[in-house]
Every structure is written in C-alpha cells, then in structure tokens.
Design a protein around this ligand. Structure first.
Ligand code: ZN
Length: 379
C-alpha cells in the first residue's frame, strides 16, 4: 500500500521524456483494432496471433503454455527463422502483463512482436532496420509472452483471478500477485516481514519512526500470517485500488507461475525483460538483497545500452525497493538468465491518463530497446 501510494504520487513529479521514432509497424496490415483505451484485449491478441501466423508461417508460431483460472490460454509466440542452419541458438524472452492493471507492458511486447515479424519480410521502415531484424531472427530465437496474466488484463487488476480463502476472498481479496509467487527469496517475507512490505524504507528510517520501529519488532502482531490469507499483506485497503501484493499460499502455487516455470526450464534462454509500469527505470538483480549480484558489471553494461535508447534511469532492483519472490531473481538464480525489468512511463494507470499517441511513442521506442537486447544475445 505504502509502496503503491508513494509510486502513485511520485509520478506527478517526474517529467516524461521519450523520443518519438518514425512509425515502425504497418498501419493497414491488421484488421484488429485495439480497444478504445488503446490496449489490446485478450481476444484481440488471440485474433492478431492467428493473423500473423497465417501471414508469416515460416517465422511466426504460437502456442499455449497453460490455462488461467478463468480458462484463458497463456500464449507464447516463437519468432525464428525455422530454415536457418545455425546450431545451438540462444533465446531472448519478452514478458508483459504480469500485473493486469499495467497494460502498457503487455502492449509494448505486442508492438515489438508485430514490428519484428512484419519488418522481417518487408521494409516498412527502411532496409537497414529490416536487415537488423533479419540478422536477429536468423540467429536468435525470440519468445514473447505478452499476457502472462490475461485474467488480470481483462479485469484490470494487478493480481490473477485465483480466489483467496479469507472472508470475502473471492470478491474483495481475489487473486495472487504473480510477481511475489516465484520461489527465490519467497520466505524472506517471513524472516523480514516488515522490511519486505515497506521496501523503500531502510533500517535507519525504522529507527527514526518509533511506531514503525515498534511494528518492525513485533511484525506478527501487526501482520498475521500471509501464508493462507492475504490480510497480512495490507490487503485491507488495496482492493479498492485493484492492487494487493499477496504472494500466495506457497511458491509457484499459481497456474500462471507454474506455466512460466516449466516453459523456461525447457528452453535455452540467455536474456529476458519483463515490462511493468511506472517509473521510467531499468532494473536488474538483485531485487531481494541490496548486495551486488555476481554479474553486476555485465548487467549494468547492458542496462546502460538500453538506457541510451529510452533515457530511463538504471539501478539494481533492491535499490528502488526490496521485493521477495519476484520473477527476476528467480530467472537469474535458477536459470542463469540475465533479466531486466523495465518500468514504463510515468503514470500508474496509463490508460486512464495517457493519450493514444503517447502509448504509441513508448511502444515504438521499446521496439528499438527490444532489438538492442536481442543483439546482446549474439555478443
Ligand atoms: Zn508491475
């Protein structure tokens, strides 16, 4: 709650700055019209995937890696030149829509997937851009999961649609925050319940505020178990903001996190990016510890190249705020993937405030960011 509010008010103080690029995707190729707010719905995404597969069958395939609680498919798009003779190709993974109330992340992944596909066969922008795209798709496999939480996207909620077991759980407290449900450091919430709920606060801040200090000394008194019930995750106030950070009853307890776990386990992925909003930041491990990771220099070098395109601030995830059970530390430790979170834009709910043109500009800028990340897979 505190984190959400701070972020929400902070955004009004941050100046927006993205560079507009010339149009990189065709405007008349698809009959799919994104809905009024400017974002693809789940059904529109599904129709788009069918169209792209029928138009570009040699490079574009897609399949479901699991079903959500409301029965939607979690789509993975695989973009690669299936006729390429290159051996032992590495892969890059692009994720969006983990938090359903942050649809700009999902939209950004969809735009890049569409732009890469269309520009592979025809130079919509220019020949040089097409040659860059071809070089990537001929030598790297690109995976896109634009809606890892399609139920949340449809409902406009941060969490998924798994009912909780607490009173009014199915209505008010429905759902699990998928980005708190991954196995790495999931237990840190038990060990340091206060710190991981108030991640922006450091130890000195607690000492400076007697009430907070007292609460941090007796956390279980103020924050009862969060294993079965989400109430301890400050959910009491959050349903009205369509938020909440409930981590679920166990690591990988959710259909969506299980789906991504088995997908990643069976594919050779070297780099990943997960899109969220807001903050205009590029984050990298660790998120659950303020110590530098063993790959700190490498991560900063890549983040710096990405930042030269979108102008975002780069920092270690935990230096923004501590997070337990997030996908980034898990991908990094379990699968040796170099993962980044990009926090897009400067508003929490861009659909409520942001013009279609601005959404479009951000998506176009990140086509180049995503291309740059893919190029790092070849270095
Ligand atoms: Zn998010």
């Amino acid at each position: 709650m505190f984190v959400s509010l701070v972020s929400f008010f902070m955004v009004f103080l941050i100046l927006f700055s993205t560079t507009a690029f010339s149009l990189m995707i065709s405007t008349n190729e698809s009959t799919v019209v994104p809905r009024l707010k400017g974002y693809y719905s789940y059904d529109q995404l599904t129709t788009l995937l069918q169209q792209l597969h029928s138009q570009y069958p040699t490079i574009f395939t897609y399949y479901s890696i699991g079903k959500t609680y409301e029965g939607r498919d979690i789509w993975v798009i695989q973009l690669e030149n299936t006729q390429s003779t290159k051996q032992n190709k590495t892969a890059v993974l692009y994720i969006g829509g983990m938090h359903g109330n942050e649809p700009l992340g999902s939209e950004t992944v969809i735009y890049s997937m569409k732009a890469f596909t269309e520009n592979y066969t025809m130079a919509y922008v220019n020949q040089s851009f097409t040659e860059q795209i071809r070089h990537i798709i001929d030598n790297v496999t690109l995976y896109f999961i634009p809606m890892i939480n399609p139920d949340g996207i449809e409902a406009g909620t941060r969490k998924n649609s798994q009912a909780n077991q607490c009173p009014f759980g199915a209505a008010l407290y429905c759902g699990v925050d998928l980005n708190r449900n991954f196995p790495y450091a999931w237990d840190k919430l038990d060990e340091y319940p206060f710190q991981y709920r108030f991640g922006h606060w450091n130890a000195q801040t607690f000492k400076d505020h007697p009430i907070m200090f007292l609460m941090s000394k007796f956390p279980t008194l103020f924050f009862p178990t969060t294993i079965k019930y989400p109430l301890g995750d400050i959910e009491v106030f959050v349903p009205f903001l369509k938020g909440g950070h409930y981590r679920g009853p166990a690591p990988l307890s959710e259909k969506e996190t299980q789906a991504i776990d088995s997908f990643v386990a069976n594919h050779s992925i070297s780099l990943a990016v997960d899109y969220h909003t807001p903050g205009e930041k590029i984050l990298f491990p660790w998120y659950s510890s303020r110590d530098p990771s063993p790959d700190d220099a490498k991560l900063r070098a890549i983040a710096s190249n990405l930042s030269s395109i979108n102008g975002y601030e780069l920092m270690q995830g935990a230096d923004w705020y501590l997070t337990a059970g997030c996908i980034m530390d898990y991908l990094y430790t379990k699968y040796n993937i170099l993962p980044f979170t990009i926090e897009l834009g400067s508003l929490k709910h861009p659909g409520d405030f942001m013009s279609k043109n601005r959404i479009h500009d951000i998506c176009e800028t990140h086509i180049l960011v995503n291309l740059c990340l893919a190029e790092h897979a070849l270095i």
